[in-house]
Design a protein. Structure first.
Length: 334
């Protein structure tokens, strides 16, 4: 889960997933929850069957009132489709309207109809399906397609990148941590309450491992971890020249931190001075032990394996690999 969150911090991935989730939410809201409704539109924008109903009412009103001006004004609201709608009017499509009424109204509005078009039954226009049902299925299809695209994006950008390639930095680091042998502390003193192995491999620019410290009964004591503290040079991947090892004690208000440095960084006064505020500087050497203490906890970090990277930068200036073992004990009471 932590690795996924690290990938989601990348702008390109975050923007892509955000756009997909926004599209899904917009479709659900726009089509399902609050669909667009049109009100007070002119008759020319109605469906064909509703235009026929409208013209029927206009003609029925004219037959009863003989109001020419009002009938023409209402007729004009049908726009360019009015003549075609008039041809569908007959006694079957319009109750109370006879062929002579249609002929009189057509003369009134200036639309000549042939004898075959007056009083002849015409096919009832097929009523369009209700928008609700089609909208529901359209939303459903769009949501399914969008979810499939999102799933493919997650697979290719996250899962495949993280675990599908055996030579990825994260996969190499996991394999190195599994292969490293934990120290058996039981021969010298009490075993640690928690013991972890963490590995950095060059190219893992988001390296930041953290662990929860708990007793065997599940009591939470604190947390510890390792992350990138300082890089050197420019370009990708990052060239890490120092790491931070930190220890948090739930019974202590201060988190203790030490900075594990490459030989080049450790011997550079400017770098040591810049990182002094983060914690005590420690030179990384094979097999080296680093002790850290809080109010109630002790942490011992052991350098299990290390190697420097090669390139145009100074020798021993950045790490290609670093494996640390973190062992934590309750601090002996004074």
């Amino acid at each position: 889960m932590e690795k996924i969150m690290e990938y989601l911090r990348k702008p390109a991935i975050a923007i892509g997933l955000g756009a997909i989730l926004g599209l899904i939410l917009g479709l659900v809201i726009g089509w399902g929850i609050w669909p667009v409704e049109y009100i007070n539109v002119e008759p020319q924008h109605l469906r064909d069957d509703l235009k026929t109903d409208y013209l029927c009412m206009v003609m029925q009103s004219y037959v009863q009132t003989m109001d020419v001006d009002r009938a023409k004004a209402r007729w004009q609201l049908l726009g360019e489709s009015a003549p075609n709608v008039l041809k569908t009017i007959n006694e079957q499509t319009c109750e109370g309207i006879f062929p002579m009424d249609v002929a009189e109204f057509s003369a009134l509005v200036g639309v000549p109809l042939s004898p075959n078009e007056v009083g002849q039954p015409t096919a009832q226009p097929t009523q369009a399906p209700k928008a609700g049902g089609s909208s529901f299925w359209l939303v459903a299809v769009l949501c399914v397609v969008t979810l499939l695209v999102a799933a493919a994006l997650v697979y290719f950008l996250l899962l495949r990148k993280r675990g599908g390639k055996s030579n990825s930095p994260q996969a190499q680091a996991l394999e190195a941590s599994r292969a490293a042998v934990m120290t058996d502390y039981t021969q010298d003193h009490e075993p640690p309450v928690s013991q972890f192995m963490t590995t950095y491999v060059g190219g893992d620019d988001l390296y930041d491992d953290s662990f929860s410290i708990e007793t065997q009964t599940g009591e939470f004591l604190g947390e510890c971890g390792v992350g990138i503290s300082e890089t050197i040079g420019v370009g990708d991947p990052k060239k890490v020249t120092a790491f931070e090892v930190w220890l948090f004690d739930k019974n202590d208000i201060q988190t203790v931190t030490k900075v594990l440095m490459s030989a080049n960084a450790y011997n550079d006064p400017a770098t040591r001075s810049r990182l002094a505020s983060k914690g005590e500087a420690v030179l990384v050497e094979p097999g080296k032990h680093v002790l850290m203490e809080t109010a109630t906890l002790q942490l011992q970090a052991r350098v299990v394996d290390m190697s420097y990277g090669q390139g145009a930068l100074p020798n021993s200036s950045f790490f290609e690999r670093l494996t640390l073992e973190l062992a934590i004990w309750p601090k002996p009471k004074a």
